[in-house]
Design a protein around this ligand. Structure first.
Ligand SMILES: [Mn+2]
Length: 378
């Protein structure tokens, strides 16, 4: 009798906690969904099922990964320009600041920087009925916003092309690693939801910028035929592609070019026995050349022009951690490499990672692991 009463009380307590604490409910739900593959595929509904909801006017927040690049910012703004035309109130919130060379994109001025004004960001997030998460696969890519986003109970929609998305955390979504860019996926979203007529110059410029950036100007293997069809469509709608190229590639200050010269001359090592090139940048270089957010973008691509190079690694000594970028050609899986050795991940031929070790320490580790991977690098 006594033990029955105890169990009964235990059950009631559990029920009470379940009802009172949505975050507890969410944790249990997420755990279940992660463990049981059937539930996992059940819970993120296909994006097509979301389309019918688009004609109800809503408070919408669009967010993306920290330090948004051209694809992250371009996809967020392109989607915003669509949703505004459909009658929604839309705010784009970036977890952090972004590179100055992204500022030209139509709508960037209204983007909120969460790091700069957390309170304002939280207020907007709390009113959100829909949360779109673009160009990232898991909430911790939003840095300081992570806990807040996880705790929100609004409808969450994922649109992304990175590997192994945290699908249980989203209500609707599309995750497709065969897509060149999130911008391409926003184009697909616009067409598939029957809104082709809404593609204006602002949307075209944003989408084109992200596609160009994420395909390395149409050279990566992710540039499937559909990418060129998309561009042809944007061109037929009046896109001035030269303008976007100029804004993306001819829009820097002198110090950045001098820094690039310095880095290629003094900070690059080539290990021909492993077909690998490494660039390691100490903090003193960033200070000396007054390097800002985004100024190191694209640096990792230079050593790929050396004959025979299969893997390029770039590591930068940032305040809080050492940030790695990896690029590969052909059959070397950068995603697995970054996951296994440098707490990161990404795509097959392009990924990122981190280390809390010193710059020298993490470089030493890199030299050891390329030896381990010697066979794969031949
Ligand atoms: Mn992307």
């Amino acid at each position: 009798m006594e033990s029955f009463g105890f169990r009964f009380l235990g059950f009631e307590l559990f029920q009470l906690i379940w009802m009172l604490f949505p975050s507890f409910r969410k944790t249990i739900n997420t755990k279940l969904k992660t463990r049981i593959p059937y539930l996992r595929t059940r819970f993120m509904k296909p994006i097509q099922e979301f389309f019918p909801l688009l004609n109800q006017s809503r408070n919408v927040v669009i967010t993306t990964h920290q330090k948004p690049d051209a694809d992250a910012m371009g996809s967020s703004l392109a989607l915003k320009h669509l949703l505004v035309q459909l009658g929604h109130s839309v705010t784009v919130i970036s977890p952090t600041n972004w590179a100055g060379w992204v500022d030209w994109m139509p709508g960037t001025k209204e983007v909120m920087n969460y790091e700069q004004d957390k309170q304002k960001g939280d207020d907007v997030l709390e009113k959100a009925e829909w949360l779109f998460c673009l160009d990232f696969n898991i909430f911790h890519r939003t840095k300081a916003m992570t806990d807040k986003l996880q705790a929100l109970s609004c409808i969450k929609i994922l649109i992304d092309h990175h590997q192994e998305p945290d699908s249980p955390s989203f209500d609707y979504g599309v995750s497709d690693t065969s897509k060149s860019s999130t911008c391409e996926m926003i184009y697909d979203f616009i067409i598939a939801s029957g809104n082709a007529d809404k593609i204006n110059n602002e949307i075209s410029q944003c989408i084109y910028a992200g596609v160009v950036a994420d395909t390395g100007s149409f050279r990566f293997s992710s540039t499937h035929a559909g990418v060129h069809t998309l561009v042809a469509d944007l061109k037929s709608k009046g896109l001035q592609h030269g303008y976007v190229h100029e804004k993306l590639f001819d829009n820097f200050l002198e110090n950045r070019l001098r820094f690039t010269g310095h880095v290629l001359l003094n900070r690059m090592q080539v290990f021909y026995e492993y077909n690998t090139a490494l660039i390691a940048i100490p903090k003193s270089d960033l200070l000396k050349y007054n390097i800002k957010t985004g100024d190191t973008e694209g640096l990792v691509n230079y050593p790929q022009s050396i004959q025979g190079i299969k893997l390029v690694a770039l590591v930068i000594d940032r305040d809080e951690e050492r940030k790695w970028s990896f690029r590969s050609k052909g059959e070397f899986d950068c995603n697995t490499f970054a996951r296994k050795y440098f707490e990161g991940g990404g795509h097959y031929n392009a990924s990122g990672g981190r280390s809390s070790d010193s710059l020298d320490g993490t470089v030493q580790r890199f030299k050891e692991v390329i030896k381990e991977n010697a066979n794969l690098l031949q």
